[in-house]
Structure formats: structure tokens, C-alpha cells
Design a protein. Structure first.
Length: 310
């Protein structure tokens, strides 16, 4: 996508939610100190939390960059369409939301600007033109699409080529060891044909692939219900068991093995994973220090293929 990124993207959804500002800054510092650079956030994080209005994550990241003076070392990806005050992908909304994100982030450009969710109520050409205008204005370096079907990604690229607009260079799908479909069936063929960079979100299935949830009651209630419950299944627990076996062989964690598998999939530039604490971040980043053997990767391919599609 023309932007060099570390093999892991740090998800910013926890900032201003499960991580307060002090802890968020510690996680951000540790990520950068370990060689990371891509931080993925959204203007809507975390409007879903009682008492928040959206933009909390961007505000924390912006204040951190200002305090550290490190904007040139950081690759910022943020998203538009879900903020309560900037819903949808009309041209006027895209422009206004981008300006609001730039202000919260304290920067004059966004490295990777994502259409967070498709907006069927707005002609795709209008959205494509609005994103192109941001690129031409120097407010955005590159465009990405998140939660789009393969057909709609193709349509955006077709419009961009026909009109001479900047085209999407990256996709952000829900994709992990217990949720391989519809990405592999619907989006992966477009990724291969168009040479798009893939940054999968929910790389650890809301924490399920860390191995800390062993029974259905473990994922009931509160944040766990929100994050991990939808990934829990008996077949998924079998995947976790294989992750734990391989983790023991490498002297690492199931989370690191899950990320190593995902990083090795075709087209994947960097999985996106969030860390509530520095300890969680350290555990995740361990995947950059080892390679899965062919047999280990095949074992994960096989066991994950048995998880029913939902």
C-alpha cells in the first residue's frame, strides 16, 4: 500500500474505554519502543461506552503524539461513518468527519483513512469522490475499506479507475482462526486480483484465542460478552487447544501463535490487535520473533477449517 508498517497494527479501541489515558500512553510508548508504528483507530471509538460520545481514542492518541513529538514515527489509520455526529458516507459528512478527526489527532494528515462500513444510502461514486478529494487536499495519504463485500470493493476500484480517483489500497475485514468466512470466500479473491493490503481486525477473536476463556460462562457478561462471546464454540476450543500445544513448542503464548498464523496468510500486511495493558502487548508482539513450521501451520489450517461458519 506504499506505507511501510510493522507486522502488527495496534488497535486503539481500548483507549478511553478499558484503558484509561495513563495506561493507554504506556501501551503506545511500549508499542513504539518495540518497533511498532501503525495505530488503528476510529472516530467512533468509543461512542458505545456509556458516558462517551465518540472520538475518545483519537483524542488520547493525539495528546500522546503531541507530548512525545513523534508524529513522523507513527502511521495513523482512522475511520469514518459510525460517529454519532458524523454517520454515513455522504461527501459532506466524509469531509466534516475527516476534519474533526484531524483536530482530535492534532495532525494535518491521516496516513490511512478507512470507510468504516459500507453506506448503501449513498452512491458509491459520491463516497469515492469524497475520499479522493481528501487525498488531493493532502489530508489523507491512502484509502482503505473496512467491512465491505468483495463486490463493493471491486465497484469502488472500478469507479476510481474510470474517474481517475485515488483507489483503495487496503481492506480491513473480520478475519481470524475461528472466523475465516466470508473473508476467504468473498474478499480474498479481490485482494489477490488487486494486490490489496489486508489488515484483519479481531485478530484474537475478542480475546477468545488467548486461551483464557475455557467454558461458556467465561464469556458471559460485561466486556467479555461484548468482545468474545460471538466467537465461542466447541470447535473453537479445539483450535485453542492446538494453539496452546504450538505455543508450548515455541515457548510463547497462544495469542502470539494465532497472530503468527494470521500474518502468514496471503495478502496480510499486519493483523490488528488491541492491548489493554503493556503485559498484553508484550505477549502479542512475541509473534514477530518466531516462525511457524509447515506442520504447525497445516495443523492450524485444518483445525480452524472445522469451525462452522456463522
Amino acid at each position: 500500500m506504499g506505507i511501510d508498517v510493522y507486522p502488527l497494527a495496534l488497535g486503539g479501541s481500548t483507549f478511553g474505554w478499558t484503558s484509561d489515558e495513563i495506561t493507554s500512553r504506556q501501551v503506545l510508548d511500549s508499542f513504539l519502543d518495540a518497533g511498532g508504528n501503525l495505530i488503528d483507530t476510529s472516530d467512533s471509538y468509543s461512542a458505545f461506552v456509556p458516558g462517551n460520545s465518540g472520538g475518545e481514542s483519537e483524542t488520547i492518541i493525539g495528546a500522546w503524539m503531541a507530548a512525545r513529538g513523534n508524529r513522523d514515527r507513527v502511521v495513523i489509520g482512522t475511520k469514518v461513518s459510525q460517529h454519532p455526529k458524523f454517520a454515513g458516507l455522504s461527501a459532506a459528512n466524509v469531509e466534516a468527519a475527516a476534519d474533526a478527526s484531524l483536530k482530535r489527532l492534532g495532525t494535518d494528515y491521516i496516513d490511512l483513512y478507512w470507510a468504516h462500513y459500507d453506506d448503501p444510502d449513498v452512491p458509491l461514486q459520491e463516497t469515492a469522490e469524497a475520499f479522493d478529494a481528501l487525498v488531493r487536499a493532502g489530508k489523507v495519504r491512502a484509502i482503505g475499506v473496512s467491512n465491505y463485500s468483495g463486490e463493493r470493493i471491486r465497484e469502488w476500484i472500478t469507479i476510481a479507475r474510470r474517474e481517475g480517483y485515488a483507489a483503495p489500497v487496503a481492506v480491513q475485514p473480520l478475519y481470524n482462526l475461528v472466523k475465516r468466512d466470508p473473508y476467504e470466500r468473498d474478499i480474498a479473491p479481490v485482494v489477490a486480483a488487486e494486490n490489496l493490503a489486508v489488515l484483519p481486525y479481531q485478530a484474537l477473536a475478542g480475546g477468545f484465542l488467548t486461551g483464557k476463556y475455557r467454558a461458556e460462562p467465561d464469556v458471559a457478561g460485561g466486556i467479555r460478552q461484548y468482545m468474545a462471546h460471538g466467537f465461542y464454540s466447541e470447535a473453537g476450543l479445539t483450535v485453542v487447544g492446538v494453539l496452546e500445544d504450538i505455543a508450548r513448542e515455541h515457548g510463547t503464548t497462544p495469542a502470539a501463535v494465532a497472530l503468527a498464523w494470521l500474518r502468514g496468510r496471503p495478502g496480510v500486511a499486519a493483523p490488528i490487535a488491541s492491548a489493554r495493558t503493556v503485559g498484553q502487548l508484550t505477549s502479542m508482539m512475541a509473534f514477530t520473533r518466531f516462525e511457524l513450521a509447515v506442520g504447525q501451520r497445516s495443523a492450524l489450517d485444518d483445525v480452524s477449517a472445522r469451525v462452522p461458519s456463522t
